[in-house]
Design a protein around this ligand. Sequence first.
Ligand SMILES: Nc1ncnc2c1ncn2[C@@H]1O[C@H](COP(=O)(O)OP(=O)(O)OP(=O)(O)O)[C@@H](O)[C@H]1O
Ligand SMILES: [Mg+2]
Length: 322
Amino acid sequence: MQNSYYNYFNNRHPLLQALPIGYCFNEFEIEKIIGKGGFGIVYKAWDHRKKCAVAIKEYLPSAVVIRRNDLKLNLRCSSLQKRFKIGLHSFMREAHIMSYFNHPCLPRFLRFWQQNSTAYIATPFYRGITLKLLQLKHPKIITQNWLCRILFSLFDALNTLHQAGYLHCDISLDNILIQNNQLPILLDLGSARKTTEHLSDDEEITVRSGFTPCEQYTANEEGQQGPWTDIYALGAVLHTLIVGKPPPVSIVRSIEDHYQPLTKRCPTGYSLSFLHVIDCMLAIKVSDRPPSISKLAAMIKPAIIQACQIPTSHLPFLYQIS
Ligand SMILES: Nc1ncnc2c1ncn2[C@@H]1O[C@H](COP(=O)(O)OP(=O)(O)OP(=O)(O)O)[C@@H](O)[C@H]1O
Ligand SMILES: [Mg+2]
């Protein structure tokens, strides 16, 4: 009995379901696992043709499928077929959205293919560290000026998504990777969707405790979600980086709000005006948040100018519109 219990949990574990090191998809050879979650595994691989590293994301919902010895996937039970297909559809959408954008801070789409009864997306491998790990390993790096320099690039990436009518919907510390050249990459377009797109009843909504605003838990009505939805999650990222934890869960806040404004907490090294902007990003009421990245950029402009040492006249267009 104990044995089958262990087997049950072990073979649900995504690591044990991963493809072996050395496995090849034509010119791509898997070198190691770099990420794993409930819906997939991310591998670092070597591109023997172009002589460079790539990241390969495999769709593998570990609660739904199990890897066979021939490395193909089997449904854990035939009734899960629909769930697998819905997830696969979202995975294909991720590839499609990625292929649509060409921005230095969004992952660059290289290839999508189907194999092993599942699907794969290849992007360049970005050398760096996620904000989650950076906060753990190098917390001293995080200062107001450093955050402003990261925001300067992230605003542009997010604005590009928003202007094309998309929302990221899963901004978090492990979906922002700081490259060795300090340029951030906004990873994981797996939850991204068109602002106007309605979720079907079967589709799963991504929620991340502390990062997801109220409207994302419930919304299917047009107009409820918008750039302000990503702005809340970005505010939660900044809050976590500054005080060590995300704000209280938004749904709980909407019943009784115990959020302590950063302007009251006054963490050292941060200006009140910068903290005030983050408090606004984290407003529970949508109408109290900056409605767009350009409005947000305008609010934070003085801190950005100081951190990036850019004369006002040289700021990108985004900062000229407010
Ligand atoms: N192109 C890349 N270069 C370097 N590291 C990457 C890359 N893509 C992903 N990673 C690493 O793998 C982790 C997981 O990637 P990603 O966020 O895309 O997948 P996921 O969270 O498992 O996906 P999902 O939330 O859609 O299930 C990231 O946090 C990052 O550490
Ligand atoms: Mg992720």
